[in-house]
Design a protein around this ligand. Structure first.
Ligand code: PGA
Length: 251
């Protein structure tokens, strides 16, 4: 059975005091056993969150990392540093990193390698712009992003890879892919992994949907056969909304 995952990506939100308020509330919640709950606070809150959540079934994610293990890279954070503060999972290739920080596929492939070498789990994000969809390029673009970013890894590495399909036009816009559009793309992603590796590998990979997932649309999106959960931005910043999405798998 594939893992069901709901991951909150806080982006550049919540300082330490706000993180603490979130955690106090989060720790009062009952977590469903069949869903893996994850949160990605900013670097500055990771260790505090790790210590605070020790007794709770919440996985900590880092939002980014550098591709080198150490060195003269002022302002950057390495895989080893992340692991030392309690984050064994990292988001790579978020569309904001690709667009705003010019991270291209070659760089992202390096980050994937470094994360895997450091025995981290990677949440690898892919997604098309509205223009690509309008021009009918969206399927090819997703295949290219998969192949350039991930298809150099070994069969075994897929145990530590989660794919997140996040159409850029749906991120933070309030516009969501329809459940049918999400399923269509997730199915294509799984088939493409199967063609390049094997059906067994493809069948075990969790593929998350991201882009304006909210409490009122989560159940329908998560109900699609190839959607194994969500990467949640805006709606993950507040515990009540976030837990409604985590619990959407119960319906
Ligand atoms: P959103 O962000 O839920 O605010 O659209 C999703 C993401 O960027 O991961």
């Amino acid at each position: 059975m594939r893992k069901k995952i709901v991951a909150g990506n806080w982006k550049m939100n919540h300082d330490l005091a706000e993180t603490e308020m979130f955690l106090v509330d989060l720790k009062k919640q009952v977590f469903p056993e069949h869903v893996i709950t994850m949160i990605a606070p900013p670097f500055t809150s990771l260790n505090h969150a790790f210590k605070s959540l020790r007794e709770h079934p919440v996985t900590l994610i880092a939002q980014n990392m550098h591709q080198s293990n150490n060195g003269a890279f002022t302002g950057e954070i390495s895989a080893k540093m992340l692991k030392s503060v309690g984050a064994d999972t990292v988001i790579v290739g978020h569309s904001e990193r690709r667009a705003i920080f010019n991270e291209d596929s070659a760089l992202l492939a390096e980050k994937v390698n470094t994360a895997l070498e450091n025995k981290m789990t990677v949440i690898f994000c892919i997604g098309e712009e509205l223009q690509d969809r309008k021009q009918g390029n969206h399927f090819d673009l997703i295949k290219t992003q998969l192949s350039e970013g991930l298809f150099h890894v070994s069969n075994d590495s897929w145990e530590n890879i989660i794919v997140a399909y996040e159409p850029v036009w749906a991120i933070g816009t309030g516009e969501t892919a329809s459940p049918g559009q999400a399923q269509e793309m997730h199915k294509l992603i799984r088939e493409t992994i199967a063609e390049n590796y094997s059906k067994a590998v493809a069948d075990q990979v969790s593929i998350l949907y991201g882009g304006s997932v909210k409490p009122d649309n989560a159940a329908e999106i998560f109900g699609q056969p190839d959607v194994d959960g969500g990467l949640i931005g805006g709606a993950s910043l507040q515990v009540d909304n976030f837990m409604k999405i985590v619990n959407a798998f119960n319906k």
